[in-house]
Design a protein around this ligand. Structure first.
Ligand code: GYE
Length: 311
């Protein structure tokens, strides 16, 4: 009925809306920044944010979502660690009339189970990385090692595919090893060490593609310890554009990174406010920008800008 609609849509003035945010964890600098920015955005908007850190586990995210539903929050933000296995709990949120907005990763679930997804074009990011490398090697033969993100995450699947598509048909480029480093610096280093060991101390490796900067930063450490020069002996391209990566690029120890904003919550709050005001539904995908930085870019300016953002 109209009455019910008005009650669900229009916040009574002076009544603070509450949003529950199920965050994956803090595996990367990018994610820590996303958490910080989301908390700040909520403050700016006068929205109460209930924050739950899932320590990388989907079961913890499902528990958090059920908790938010039981508490009767006005909306839920979900950064889904993996793509599958969400139908049931998203159905429960839907039955409780609580809109869910996905942040930074997508789910394999019918799209009526969530209001919108705020993400960058993660296939495109992989493509940009692959095209950068294709240009950089300029037809020369190049053996590539790949550090994948968390297994089963939409971003991992997409960034792998985008990169593979970009180098498809370039017979000089070959991915010789590909393994997950779980989006962390520590795992990036460990897996790169095993790649180096397996490939004659790294002599047969021409380039590294890492699905995020943190893994690349760990790998840089491993490459140095193996007595090679990261960014020179082994070209490096990754994704996120965290401050430490801008420093590494400025120092010639890495070559390129694709930037995505950690402010996924900004567009999400905007969509929610429009919905609460008059029922406006956002599109199913709100796309944020991706930009390539290389050694020719002003990396120190980017570094300073990020520090201002509170990275
Ligand atoms: O690139 C990576 C993080 O889902 C877009 O997750 C996000 C990715 C980000 O751990 O650093």
């Amino acid at each position: 009925t109209l009455l019910v609609t008005a009650a669900t849509l229009l916040p009574v003035s002076g009544y603070a809306q509450t949003v529950g945010f199920s965050q994956i964890g803090s595996e990367s600098g990018w994610r820590a920044a996303e958490t910080a920015v989301t908390k700040e955005d909520a403050k700016q908007e006068g929205i109460t944010l209930k924050f739950a850190d899932a320590q990388q586990k989907q079961e913890n995210q499902i528990k958090a979502l059920r908790g938010f539903i039981a508490q009767g929050v006005d909306a839920i933000f979900l950064a889904p660690v993996v793509a599958t296995g969400w139908d049931e709990v998203l159905g429960e949120a839907k039955d409780a009339d609580i809109p869910v907005i996905l942040l930074d990763r997508k789910v394999d679930a019918p799209d009526d189970l969530y209001m919108t997804a705020v993400t960058s074009d993660t296939v495109h990011e992989g493509k940009v990385a692959g095209e950068w490398l294709k240009d950089a090697v300029d037809g020369k033969p190049c053996n590539i090692v790949e550090l994948q993100g968390t297994t089963g995450a939409s971003v991992t699947i997409d960034r792998k595919k985008g990169f593979a598509d970009a180098i498809d048909g370039a017979s000089n480029l070959k991915i010789i090893r590909s393994q997950t480093g779980d989006f962390t610096r520590a795992q990036g280093k460990i897996v790169m060490e095993s790649f180096l060991k397996a490939e004659d101390g790294g002599k047969d490796i021409c380039a590294l593609y890492a699905h995020n900067d943190d893994m690349a930063l760990g790998a840089i450490q491993a490459i140095k310890e193996a007595g090679l020069k990261p960014g020179k002996d082994i070209k490096i391209v990754s994704i996120d554009s965290v401050p430490d990566m801008h420093l590494a690029i400025a120092h010639g120890e890495s070559n390129a990174t694709v930037e995505l904003t950690p402010d996924m919550a900004g567009p999400a709050f905007k969509a929610l406010k429009a919905y609460w005001k008059d029922g406006t539904m956002p599109p199913k995908w709100i796309q944020t920008k991706s930009t390539l930085y290389t050694q020719d870019s002003d990396n120190m300016a980017a570094y300073d800008r990020k520090k201002d953002l509170g990275y």
